[in-house]
Design a protein around this ligand. Structure first.
Ligand code: GLY
Length: 363
């Protein structure tokens, strides 16, 4: 929606005429922050403190929300220490890094995405070019790489030594009867137990890690946009694509209602169209936090596979949501307690706790 149309909606809502405007959403029906000028806000997953800071710097100097969130997540894609995104991301089961990303621009309601992209460290930038310079929304694999090359993106090896060692650790500890031997010797059946403590501590957590960064923003013109970028599920099957590059699953934005995105088990978002649902719940009048929590409940309700349920029937995985509505209210939720989101409201970047469905036994 253009700034002019948004202004019209604000005026219409203020005069009580908003509900009569066919095909539009009266701003008055969106729950949350106060009436009046909408202050800018940026939210992201907890690994995005640098991203929200960068995005807000750009927004306060007049940038469009989409330019700002992409520049924000580029910092995390470039960071070799974030092993869930871009350069340094954990590879697939063959040791190759495959990246997924998508962007959605509120004012034009356009989107772009890439999936299973190799060798390019900023898939969010390629997704932006898919949106701007093609008549498509999603390019995958070799086609996405060719498109990136055509637009001047430089190829590089994305596998850092740390990510390679994590992959090797995973591979060597899958079985004690295959041909991949951990460093402590072929006769040891107690796989992993004799690994040096620092390696166990460092890599134990990476067995099926599915990190990601989502970033959403509301800019000074009242426009919304979002991006999600990831290396996906650690040690995935080559070609596996999660929710991050799928519009409506890993992110969604409607300039008149709100923007939302997710991190965590992508398969759960693919079968629940989760981010679109968060936006729809905001459309129905729920606050961003309530909307996120509704979708968490749906995911839990729909999680019927025994292998993904614990003894109490609860999910054995995590999914988190982050959202902003068109009035500038923000919120998030996930399945288990202990989650946080990065928020910048123009004053400072901070980590805020998000709502949850179940309290963790130790959380
Ligand atoms: N949410 C990231 C993924 O599942 O790939």
């Amino acid at each position: 929606m253009s700034a002019t149309r948004r202004e019209f909606l604000r005026q219409a809502a203020a005069t009580g005429a908003g509900a009569l405007v066919t095909g539009t959403i009266p701003l008055s029906s969106i729950a949350g922050a106060a009436d009046g000028p909408v202050p800018p806000v940026v939210v992201s997953s907890a690994n995005g403190m640098s991203a929200v800071t960068r995005a807000m710097e750009m927004i306060t100097t007049g940038s469009d929300a989409l330019d700002a969130v992409i520049a924000g997540v580029n910092l995390v894609e470039d960071d070799p220490n974030d092993m869930s995104v871009g350069y340094g991301g954990l590879p697939n089961e063959e040791g190759v890094v495959e990246l997924d990303a998508a962007v959605m621009h509120g004012p034009t309601h356009q989107a772009g995405a890439v999936a299973s992209l190799r060798n390019i460290k900023n898939p969010s930038q390629v997704a932006r070019v898919v949106m701007d310079r093609s008549d498509h929304v999603l390019l995958v694999g070799e086609g996405a790489l060719r498109f990136a090359r055509a637009h001047g993106f430089k190829e590089q090896d994305l596998l850092t030594d740390k990510a390679r060692e994590a992959w090797l650790y995973w591979k060597e500890h899958l079985s004690n009867t295959d041909d991949w031997l951990p460093p402590h010797g072929p006769d040891d059946k107690d796989i992993g137990a004799l690994l040096p403590e620092p390696l166990r501590n460092e890599f134990g957590a990476f067995f099926r890690h599915s990190g990601t960064i989502h970033c959403s923003a509301l800019d000074l013109k009242g426009n919304l946009s979002c991006v999600t970028t990831t290396s996906g599920l650690a040690f995935k099957m080559p070609g596996r694509v999660g929710d991050s590059p799928i519009i409506g699953a890993g992110l969604y934005c409607d300039n008149a209602i709100g923007t939302a995105g997710s991190t965590g088990r992508g398969e759960a978002n693919l079968i629940n169209c989760s981010s679109r649902m968060v936006v729809e719940y905001m459309h129905a009048g729920k606050t961003p936090e309530e909307a996120c929590l509704e979708v968490v409940k749906q995911i839990v309700e729909h999680n019927r596979m025994k292998r993904l349920r614990d003894a109490q029937g609860r999910p054995t995985f995590e999914v988190s949501f982050y959202a902003i509505n068109a009035r500038g209210a923000h919120g998030g939720a996930r399945i288990y307690s202990g989650g946080k989101m990065a928020v910048h409201d123009g004053t400072a970047a901070r980590l805020e706790p998000i709502a949850y469905l179940y309290k963790k036994d130790n959380g």
